[in-house]
Design a protein around this ligand. Structure first.
Ligand code: FAD
Ligand code: FES
Length: 271
């Protein structure tokens, strides 16, 4: 574990902050990889790398949901955190016409991915979902990344306070009927990922999705992140269509708590 100093903190929305720090190993992080971040005296939690910048900085983007993330939100510039990683696999780039679909803090690795994809000529449709206008994440960053290429950005909010009212997956079926995409990249709530998977399968379009489970070691030893026959930290967090087919009995239905028992995942995105 390396100890790093927080160089800058940006409030992205009332629930989400981005923390910037300098770290050599993180300079090589690829979109989709994650860090185990130690909040001193509190806990260590998995967080996706949300960006790597030419000035030696890297970032994580954190939603306040419980004890560790609340403690992290209280940290100030110059405070210290510990980082291990980057761990896990990353989104694989193949082709040149992509559809990205992100919900909530799932936007963190996808905004980073959009910046990487646009380093080469490509065409991108980006669908962003959030509960409300206040919870929208990285819309301006995405628009900036896509400004030099043929692109389309579509925003959905559940309460209709910005963009179209509804879920990010609402137009997916028709988008895939209108156009052929080389890959769909997805990150967000598991019901969103499951619905995206089912629609992608019908359209015969390859999917790469980031999955989440409880993590402790981050390196394939402890078993707390098991999904089906996989360990999310070592075999993921990015799962392609072939692997997701093997997880269909579990995906979007249940996950494991810290003591290993099953907890249901609320599915309000039924197909
Ligand atoms: C690979 C990966 C990447 C992630 N990237 C991000 C990110 O970029 N930004 C972000 O805000 N969040 C991300 N998360 C989720 C983040 O790890 C949890 O929100 C955080 O651990 C919650 O800790 P807490 O103590 O604040 O909340 P708790 O009170 O512990 O729990 C709140 C919720 O978070 C879940 N959770 C708790 N601990 C973990 C854990 N160690 N691993 C996974 N889920 C947990 C619980 O099941 C519960 O639903 C990621 C998770 C994984 C597995
Ligand atoms: S977090 Fe320990 S095996 Fe994945």
């Amino acid at each position: 574990m390396r100890t790093v100093r927080i160089e800058k903190i940006v409030n992205e929305n009332p629930r989400v902050k981005t923390f910037y720090f300098k770290d050599k190993l993180c300079q090589n992080a690829r979109p989709g990889q994650f860090l185990m971040v130690w909040i001193p005296g509190v806990d260590e939690i998995p967080l996706s790398v949300s960006g790597v910048y030419p000035n030696g900085l890297a970032s994580v983007t954190v939603a306040k949901v419980g004890e560790a993330t609340e403690a992290m939100h209280k940290l100030k510039q110059n405070d210290l955190i510990g980082v291990r990683g980057p761990f896990g696999n990353h989104f694989e780039i193949s082709g040149n016409k992509f559809l990205l679909i992100g919900g909530g803090t799932g936007m963190a690795p996808l905004a980073f991915l959009a910046e990487k994809l646009t380093e080469n000529p490509c065409e991108i449709t980006f669908v962003i979902g959030a509960k409300s206008a206040h919870e929208l994440l990285f819309l301006e960053r995405v628009k900036k990344a896509l400004s030099g290429i043929k692109s389309k950005v579509m925003v959905f909010t559940e309460d209709g306070s910005f963009g179209s009212k509804g879920l990010a997956t609402d137009l997916l079926e028709s988008l895939l009927k209108e156009e052929n995409y080389d890959v769909i990249y997805a990150c967000g709530p598991e019901p969103m990922i499951k619905k995206t998977f089912l629609i992608a399968e019908e359209a015969n379009t390859p999917l790469q999705a980031s999955l989440e489970r409880i993590m402790r070691c981050g390196i394939g030893i402890c078993g707390s992140c098991i999904i089906g026959k996989y360990r999310v930290c070592r075999d993921g967090p990015i799962f392609n269509s072939r692997k997701i087919r093997k997880l269909i009995d579990e995906l979007g239905k249940y996950k494991r708590s810290f003591n290993g028992s099953k907890i249901g995942i609320l599915n309000n995105n039924k197909k």
